[in-house]
Design a protein around this ligand. Structure first.
Ligand SMILES: [Zn+2]
Length: 316
């Protein structure tokens, strides 16, 4: 099916759901039912650090939030472009997650957000409150066919990667969930969907001996639970902490600062002249940024750190 395209700037209908994240900083989940126009509204209380909208359609069909209006009426997605970037579509096949904020918009002021998600058969929204946490803990479950790494080797890898993005390792587990050691990058969705669902946030990391098509991959954004194509990021077990940190960046909603599909949504990562990007990409601004496709360095802007700090991935 095609995405519905409508001018819904004035449409103020659809059921209204109030997000009520607990004040302890752990994410809460609500399941929603859009109206027959696949629209709904979210009443976001002040003090919310962020929310993630998960949509699931029939397998093989496009899914995703294709209309999104902030409480001040600002249109962030209108079905054909995402947050001002003409080349990035807002959805993906089967299921998709949208995390907000994924740039500098202030979710914590609260208000009523308007959302359209054509074709969605299942919608759930995760939200969490702003808290002053001494450490932002991430529980990590690594999935593989057979363990490639000793527990302490895996722990070092994950701790270093989380450290790069300002997060701290909580629980770490290894599970023999998968039945292949090598995978094509386009099939990772299938393995992610095999992971059993958990309702407390967990970062699922799929480990392989070889990923054909890259050293790592992640949905933008992912959802920190199992049971969905966007439930996990993937990496080769011997990739560097840098690669894992980069994929975590995607998982919480960060795009490449620049790639063939365009730029990210951030003002702090300036765009590159297309001719320069094509011919001498090393001369583009921000070459040392973690979210450059080929960057070898770990720099993040304050705006990128804000996106990470607003994510559903961590708990206090
Ligand atoms: Zn990437």
């Amino acid at each position: 099916m095609a995405f519905l395209t409508t001018a819904c700037a004035d449409y103020d209908g659809g059921p209204l759901y109030r997000l009520e994240p607990p004040s302890d900083g752990w994410p809460a989940v609500v399941e929603l039912e859009p109206d027959e126009l696949y629209r709904f509204r979210l009443e976001v209380p002040p003090g919310t650090r962020g929310f993630s909208i998960y949509t699931e359609g029939p397998p093989g069909e496009p899914s995703g939030v294709s209309e999104l209006f902030a409480p001040d009426g600002r249109m962030l997605i209108d079905g054909t472009f995402l947050l001002g970037d003409g080349a990035r579509g807002p959805g993906r096949t089967g299921a998709a997650a949208l995390s907000m904020p994924n740039h500098d918009i202030d979710v914590s002021e609260g208000g009523i957000w308007r959302v359209g998600a054509p074709g969605a058969e299942h919608v759930e929204v995760w939200s969490a409150a702003e808290v002053d946490a001494p450490a932002r803990l991430v529980d990590v479950v690594a999935h593989m066919k057979e363990p490639f790494l000793e527990d302490d080797e895996l722990e070092t890898l994950v701790e270093e990667a989380l450290g790069i993005v300002g997060l701290t390792l909580g629980r770490l587990e290894q599970r023999r969930t998968l039945d292949r050691v090598s995978i094509d990058i386009d099939d990772i969705d299938e393995d992610a969907a095999l992971i059993p669902r958990e309702d407390e946030p967990v970062l699922n990391v799929l480990l392989y001996e070889e990923i054909i098509g890259g050293a790592g991959a992640s949905p933008v954004a992912g959802l920190p639970r199992g049971g969905s194509p966007v439930s996990a990021l993937a990496m080769e077990y011997d990739a560097t902490p840098h690669v894992l940190a980069h994929e975590i960046g995607h998982f919480v909603g960060l795009f490449h600062t620049i790639d063939v599909d365009g730029t990210d949504l951030l003002v702090s990562t300036p765009p590159c002249e297309p001719a320069v990007f094509e011919e001498t990409p090393e001369q583009c601004p921000g070459v040392s940024n973690l979210m450059r496709r080929s960057a070898a360095e770990d720099r993040l802007t304050n705006e990128q750190r804000f996106v990470i700090e607003s994510s559903m991935l961590w708990h206090p």
